[in-house]
Design a protein. Sequence first.
Length: 167
Amino acid sequence: MPDGIPFQLMAESSHPGINTKDVEQIFEEQTVIPSLDPSINTQTVISSSLFSVQENVFWFGTLVASKNPEGAKEKFKIMNPNKIPCTVKFEVKPRGQSKSEGFAFEVEPKGLTIEPHKHKYVTVNFLPTAMMQYGGIFEAMVDNGDPESKMGKLVFELRGEGTLPTL
């Protein structure tokens, strides 16, 4: 055949990314509530760490600083719903420069690679040292992700409170 063999070529493009919208999956080990607002929140007593959807806040709760030198550890599920692996970097940082709010959060690991359609966990540790409010920002950033996509970055606030023991 002088014209060669005809064939059809198909291709698919994919950007690395993570789930940033399904909070029930991300916070599968914690309580998820619609809001911290008492008029919306049906949970009357907050007895465990939780995630509030409306405020986009993860609340560690109140922790006695001297009684818990290891702090409180919480695991978050990071999922790769795409057909290609992705590398994710994690960071926790202060919300601002307020002297009335402390910063007592650590994240491990600092980064990881997630295979296609798999998940891994990241741990955030809350280590209060004094009786005060603590706040921070958690960020999971996908390397080489699409900057216009919502799958490229997961961001939410971290909050907790340090207290003294009571009798």
